[in-house]
Design a binder for this molecule. Structure first.
Ligand code: SF4
Ligand code: SF4
Length: 160
């Protein structure tokens, strides 16, 4: 029967006619991003031992770790750099890190006008990481609390 298909089509049109639009007017509007979304890479200096496991795990060779021995046996991280010009955001470095010092998460809107600015050194990576922590209650993407930050300071004061 021909009329049945038309009626079904009209019913579908009527259903959508009074529904709230689902279109998001990006970039003026953005959808909420889950805290543990695999959006980017975050490197946390305070968790990193300089073991270079992440650099060995990276198939693109975009992580550079240069260390020097400290008198106490630890490693001084002279350089820690990620070349995001090459990174394919596979997350293998984060999976390989034994200390969860590099984790997936962070900003989506980190596009740059100058391509070479995608090469990030220790300082640039730390700015990103601290910005993430400051906006996420000093909590790492894996759910653990950072050993510093306002919330932590308040918690320490309350327990003392
Ligand atoms: S996400 Fe993948 S490509 Fe990017 S630095 Fe980590 S291992 Fe390398
Ligand atoms: S990020 Fe992790 S794997 Fe890479 S050097 Fe630091 S502790 Fe080692």
């Amino acid at each position: 029967m021909y009329g049945k298909g038309i009626a079904k089509g009209l019913a579908m049109t009527a259903k959508h006619l009074f529904r709230k639009p689902v279109t998001v007017q990006f970039p003026e509007e953005t959808r909420p991003i889950p805290a543990r979304a695999r959006t980017n890479l975050l490197w946390f200096d305070e968790r990193c031992t300089g073991c270079s496991t992440c650099a060995q795990a990276c198939p693109d060779g975009c992580i550079l770790v240069q260390t020097a021995p400290n008198p106490d046996g630890t490693l001084e991280k002279v350089r820690y750099e990620i070349d995001f010009r090459l990174c394919m955001y596979c997350g293998l470095c984060a999976e390989a890190c034994p200390y969860e010092a590099i984790q997936v998460g962070g900003r989506l809107d980190d596009a740059v006008y100058v391509f070479d600015n995608m090469y990030r050194d220790k300082h640039a990576l730390t700015v990103f990481a601290r910005d993430y922590l400051a906006n996420n209650h000093w909590t790492y993407p894996n759910g653990m609390k950072a050993p510093f930050g306002n919330d932590r300071a308040e918690a320490v004061t309350k327990t003392e």
